[in-house]
Design a protein around this ligand. Structure first.
Ligand SMILES: Nc1ncnc2c1ncn2[C@@H]1O[C@H](COP(=O)(O)OP(=O)(O)OP(=O)(O)O)[C@@H](O)[C@H]1O
Length: 465
């Protein structure tokens, strides 16, 4: 009962605080107990606990009461272990499975009708998801080009455009961008964007209310139909059937269709063969997992967009590079990390250093840890600079040895989750202040020394491969 109520509370809060805040602050929380009117909630880090306490405690309490939980106070404890998979949990929340038998509208779009308008100024479209805000790199160049082409309108050349790729790689963003662009280029076009889940929900509602003819004519009267996350209709026979007819009717009228899914049409289990083949008949393009350059580009752009300067406080490029290296899961997790850093910046009122960032993102970093060890780093750096491995931990202070050692310290701090004292121990029992000094020195030097900067990139790549 408590668990169910807590799920309801989370769903409710998600609608109230918005997707970004939800992912960053609420999703990582777990309800431990409700006892004597006190709800104990665990947060993965101190930072999250404090932030939630300050900003969301009242809302959480209110929502709990509204959902039948007898609580008059909440207490937020830090429970680092619970954090091991905070990012995964975020993902699970995003991907909350919807059971075909139980038709519930998604919380954020509850009962929202699909948006068909003479222009596409639709509530379902996110104003930030434009082509201008989409960073193009090797992994998404083809998908971006295809989306652009569709957005230009004119003669329909490939139908449907089928975009697929892993979670959070920009499928929805591109679809919304197409809609925004069409709005500018063809103000009169009737564009319908909706998720496959909404399609099903509307369909079942129409059946129930005996308005199936209205449903059919609504869907057949659009100029462009965009259906997000089509894998959702797998296994749902009558919805598939209706989708198939809608699809055919629109293709016959030479209307553009854009579809997205988490995998290629042929790989969606529970989808009828005729639908698979229909979906594959246009242009099928995939969004590949992001690479380092793309992730860094996205972070830089997001920082610019948010104009992340709180007074004198900045998030340094070193921090962004660190994030781009370490958070490789998906762009949504990357964005969540950045949101948390903005909050941190406003809270601490000074530059967000690598140290601060690592502290505040400990849970996310742990779950995307790439497991490079300090020893591996020492070995690679020693090889690269042609010095002995023993000199990494030895006492020699000559520049040819001290500098590579500092570089190894810097990379250890950047690429592992080890604390400074821990790294110090692995460098022959050095003090944490020595490590800190080494890290700072390299941070300082790299801005003016292109050779050093190149060496660092190369070493990182070697260590990541
Ligand atoms: N290339 C990019 N440039 C800028 N932002 C991006 C890019 N790729 C993804 N994003 C951002 O990442 C977030 C997740 O993207 P989006 O919602 O489009 O993912 P998706 O592929 O539809 O994921 P899902 O499988 O969960 O539906 C969005 O906020 C989006 O703006």
């Amino acid at each position: 009962m408590t668990i169910e109520a807590w799920s309801d509370v989370r769903r409710h809060l998600r609608g109230q605080v918005g997707e970004n805040n939800f992912i960053t602050w609420i999703a990582p929380l777990e309800l431990a107990t409700v006892d004597d009117g006190v709800a104990r909630i665990s947060a993965p880090t101190n930072f999250i606990a404090n932030w939630v306490n300050r900003n969301f405690a009242e809302q959480i309490l209110r929502s709990m009461t509204q959902h039948g939980m007898v609580t008059h106070r909440i207490q937020i404890d830090v429970q680092p272990r619970a954090a091991a998979s905070a990012a995964e949990r975020v993902q699970r929340t995003i991907d909350a499975p919807a059971d075909g038998a139980q038709i519930t509208p998604p919380a954020s779009t509850a009962a929202a009708p699909p948006q068909v308008e003479s222009d596409v100024q639709s509530a379902a479209l996110d104003a930030r998801f434009t082509f201008d805000n989409f960073v193009v790199g090797k992994p998404n160049a083809l998908a971006h080009a295809a989306a652009r082409r569709v957005a230009e309108g004119g003669e329909v050349t490939f139908n449907p455009l089928f975009l697929y790729g892993g979670v959070g790689l920009g499928k929805t963003h591109l679809m919304h961008a197409i809609a925004h662009e069409l709005k500018i280029r063809q103000p009169g076009a009737r564009v319908l964007y909706l998720s496959a889940e909404q399609f099903m929900y509307r369909f079942v509602q129409a059946l129930r209310e005996r308005q199936i003819m209205d449903f059919k004519s609504l869907f057949r009267s659009v100029d462009i139909l965009m259906v997000d996350d089509v894998q959702f209709i797998a296994g749902k026979e009558s919805t598939q059937e209706e989708f198939f007819h809608t699809f055919n009717a629109l293709v016959d009228q030479r209307k553009q269709i854009v579809i997205s899914a988490d995998r290629a049409p042929g790989e969606i289990k529970g989808l009828e063969e005729r639908i698979k083949s229909r979906l594959s008949s246009g242009l099928v393009v995939d969004l590949h997992p992001t690479d380092y350059e793309l992730r860094l580009g996205i972070l830089q752009q997001k920082v610019e967009l948010n104009n992340v300067t709180y007074g004198d406080v900045h998030i340094g490029t070193g921090v962004l590079e660190f994030l781009a290296h370490r958070i490789t899961t998906n762009v949504r997790v990357l964005e969540g990390a950045l949101t948390r850093l903005f909050a941190l910046a406003s809270l601490v009122g000074r530059e967000v250093t690598l140290d601060l960032a690592q502290d505040c993102l400990a849970d996310i970093l742990r779950s995307s840890d790439r497991k490079v060890t300090v020893e591996e780093i020492q070995r690679k750096v020693a090889e690269h600079y042609n010095i002995r491995l023993s000199d990494m931990i030895g006492p020699k202070r000559v520049r040819q040895i001290a500098r590579p050692r500092q570089i190894a310290m810097y990379l250890s701090k950047q690429m592992t989750t080890r604390s400074l004292p821990d790294i110090g121990r692995r460098f022959g029992g050095r003090d944490h202040t020595t490590i800190m000094h080494g890290v700072r020195k390299v941070e300082e030097l790299r801005t003016n020394d292109p050779q050093l900067s190149e060496d660092l990139d190369l070493l990182r790549r070697l260590l990541e491969s």
